[in-house]
Design a protein around this ligand. Structure first.
Ligand code: NAD
Length: 377
């Protein structure tokens, strides 16, 4: 209990639910952060090691992301504890049991995240019918398959380059993580003229200063191999991806991969945060002071959730891509302009933008009447 109240503030969380169902071995947590704008959309993650606090931080990121993107949705996140590569039957049983246990929690809409995909969302649909990121057969827009987040990140990169002293053409890009986000970001950026020189997945890094073939890497991953098995490059340890000199570095894997212990190793001019909370506060400040421009996660990687929100409105893929492009180009410019004018970190400008939009929504709600009452956190 105490852990929950330690991180609560005036924005949320509104609900933290722990679920335990021994018959199927289900241990899980849901954090619904702020629902002033509407029901929370946030991914269902499957991972062995996510604390309630990390789940809350991810939910808060969704609150800010959805508010910044002007979506009629709040922020939430859920985690099932387990290995996402467990046998499919076991995974299905856990996901169905979790969805079923949250049947009455109308403020939360399931979405895919690390360790879950469109098929998992189809199981949730079958159980409770409150989910986005569905397969086409259920009227969904398969956002990971089409690379909605990567599409957004490529546009964010283009706008951010207006604040840098180099062009995308020939820019050296390094991507950490080659899943739904990483591979499509690499694909879109190289199609626009950038050169992928390094990439990592959980099993290793591959590096070639002359460039890597993104399509060949995607084929390798489809065949169940690691990017480190790519033949034409230097094979390195997984975390050596941080040391590769480049122009643009894109984290698209795990939270907190850059922190005060390794921040000195990064040799990039621009960081576009594809993953959620990939860089700790202290490390982001250090990079800012060193002149490295970082576009924060909840501005940069909102493509997926915009696509999901469009799916809720029954929009088609091309309309969703158009919305992602417009919203993210606009927000990136607003944030970077404000940060430059005020001499503050892009994250500070981004939080201001999102919180302003969120507080406006909160002011329409009954709870705002009580927000100055004694005891309000
Ligand atoms: P994914 O599971 O499809 O891919 C993750 C990739 O990261 C895999 O290639 C994996 O091998 C690799 N990886 C894991 N740990 C690693 C490590 N320590 N070092 C290097 N590589 C590692 O996940 P995803 O959907 O691509 O999501 C990646 C990140 O982006 C997550 O933080 C997620 O929350 C965030 N995100 C995803 C979306 C989306 O649309 N899928 C949207 C916004 C944010």
């Amino acid at each position: 209990m105490e852990e929950v109240f330690r991180f609560a503030d005036e924005l949320g969380p509104t609900k933290v639910i722990h679920v335990y169902e021994p018959s199927v071995g289900l241990k899980a947590v849901l954090v619904v952060d702020n629902v002033a704008r509407g029901p929370a959309i946030g991914g269902l993650r499957m991972a062995p090691d996510v604390s309630t606090e990390e789940c809350f931080r991810l939910a808060r990121t969704m609150t800010l992301k959805n508010a910044a993107a002007d979506l009629p949705h709040g922020g939430g996140k859920s985690v099932i504890y387990g290995d996402p590569k467990m046998p499919k039957k076991e995974k299905e049983a856990l996901i169905r049991a979790f969805a079923s246990s949250l049947r009455e929690i109308q403020e939360y809409i399931f979405a895919p995240d690390m360790g879950t995909d469109e098929e998992c969302m189809a199981w949730v649909q079958d159980e409770i019918g409150r989910v986005v990121g569905l397969p086409c057969e259920f009227g969904g827009i398969p956002l990971d398959e089409i690379g909605a987040t990567g599409w957004g990140l490529s546009h964010v990169t283009e706008v951010a380059l207006e604040y840098c002293d180099f062009d995308l053409d020939g820019a050296r890009v390094v991507v950490q993580g080659f899943g739904a986000v990483g591979k499509h970001t690499a694909r879109f950026l190289t199609e626009k003229g950038a050169m992928l020189v390094g990439v990592a997945d959980s099993r290793g890094t591959i590096y070639n200063p002359q460039g890597l073939d993104v399509h060949a890497l995607i084929e390798l991953k489809k065949a169940g191999k690691s990017v480190a098995d790519y033949p034409d490059g230097k094979k390195l340890d997984r975390d050596a991806v941080i040391d590769i000199e480049c122009d643009i570095w894109i984290p698209a894997a795990q939270p907190d991969v850059i922190d005060v212990d390794n921040m000195h190793r990064l040799k990039a001019k621009l960081v576009i945060e594809g993953a959620n909370i990939p860089i700790t506060k202290g490390a982001e400040k250090y990079l800012y002071e060193k002149g490295v421009l970082c576009v924060p996660d909840f501005i940069a990687n909102a493509g997926g959730v915009i696509c999901a929100a469009m799916e809720c409105q029954r929009a088609c893929q091309s309309v969703a891509f158009q919305a992602i492009e417009e919203k993210l180009r606009r927000n990136t410019r607003l944030v970077l302009e404000d940060a430059a004018t005020k001499g503050i970190l892009p994250r500070e400008a981004a939080v201001d933008l999102a919180v302003q939009r969120l507080k406006k929504s909160m002011s329409y709600r009954r709870w705002s009447l009580f927000s100055s009452a004694p005891g309000f956190v």
